[in-house]
Write a new protein. Structure first.
Length: 94
């Protein structure tokens, strides 16, 4: 009977220790899983930002090298050359 209690206590201790290591400890497998998942998300975000950064670099390079592109962008923002007239046409719906 005494050995049986000892074994039960030992099993409870081992089980408690495993639960602590797997789920509760600050460096548990569960915590590591969440950290890896967050790390993967951040890496994807970095890749997307690097692509956007490269696109903006190309656009900036084009703007610096071509006056036609600068003029096109300026006209998109409603700018005009000195002495130029702009005609705005409204549709019947407006």
């Amino acid at each position: 009977m005494y050995k049986k209690k000892k074994h039960i206590i030992l099993y409870i201790f081992v089980l408690s220790f495993l639960i602590y290591i797997l789920f509760i400890d600050s460096s548990s497998f569960l915590q590591k899983y969440f950290v890896r998942k967050e790390n993967a998300k951040l890496k994807e975000n970095i890749i997307a930002l690097e692509k956007e950064n490269e696109r903006l670099r190309k656009e900036n390079s084009e703007l610096l090298s071509s006056n036609k592109i600068i003029e096109k962008k300026a006209r998109e923002f409603g700018m005009q050359k000195k002495g130029e007239e702009i005609f705005i046409f409204k549709s019947k719906d407006e």
